[in-house]
Design a protein around this ligand. Structure first.
Ligand code: GAR
Length: 226
């Protein structure tokens, strides 16, 4: 193994569907700008098209079909056991659309990230683009946060802001946000890989040695060259 290979952060990515964020992570890792090794992609849905993206990139894939488990706890147990076989330094939720139990989240405390298509704490949950338009918001976006037991919550480290135009509909707004997501998530993961960002003992984000009082804004950051 080369020196470069040993310094790559091992990650496992969880998906439920399309996998466009997965693709952006794979592309950035392939370019060398994102210093991670994707050890596995795990889906809770057998038909997730993101599984094809992972296979095409030569990444191990696993399916843990939630329909085959009696309850959330047994599903989460199986998922955790499978993830841990790959010994990731970071678990990356990329369009993973299952609620996770407190035990599961606690097990990965400080080493699990999620991306969500809103400017959290606005609009956790589903249909974020439609809700932002209906609320008359002029600005919308996406957030990367450390995962805690509450859905789409947890300390936010990085956000991308997108204007809501008068003629936007949920589909056009979703497309604009998604373009930003593909720049946002690799940068946040790279910060974690470089240990620039972590959770302290009180569950607060530390960024470059300082407490992070507000999420960083992608527009003010140096994007990854990928
Ligand atoms: C992305 O927009 C992501 O932010 C969202 O699901 C989509 C997955 O797209 N995640 C959530 O809503 C989490 N609550 P992708 O499969 O093409 O990456």
């Amino acid at each position: 193994m080369t020196q470069a290979a040993t310094s790559l952060l091992p990650i496992v990515i969880l998906i439920s569907g399309r996998g466009s964020n997965l693709q952006s992570i794979i592309d950035c890792a392939a370019s060398g700008a994102l210093t991670v090794k994707v050890r596995a992609v795990i889906s809770n849905r057998p038909d997730a098209t993101g599984l094809e993206i992972a296979r095409a990139a030569g990444i191990a894939t696993e399916i843990i079909d939630h329909d085959l488990y009696a309850d959330r706890q047994s599903f989460d147990h199986a998922l955790q056991a499978r993830i841990d076989q790959y010994q990731p330094g970071l678990v990356v939720l990329a369009g993973f659309m299952r609620l996770l139990s407190e035990d599961f989240v606690t097990h990965y405390h400080g080493r699990m990230l999620n991306i969500h298509p809103s400017l959290l704490p606005e609009f956790p949950g589903l249909h974020t683009h439609r809700r932002a338009i209906e609320a008359g918001h002029r600005e919308h976006g996406a957030s990367v946060h450390f995962v805690t037991a509450d859905m789409d919550s947890g300390p936010v480290l990085l956000q991308a802001r997108v204007p809501v135009k008068p003629d936007d509909d949920p589909a056009s707004l979703a497309a604009h946000v998604l373009t930003q997501e593909h720049r946002l998530y690799p940068l946040a993961i790279q910060w974690f890989a470089e240990q620039r960002i972590f959770l302290d003992a009180n569950g607060r984000i530390v960024f470059d040695g300082q407490p992070l009082t507000h999420p960083r804004d992608l527009a003010r950051e140096q994007p990854l060259p990928c």
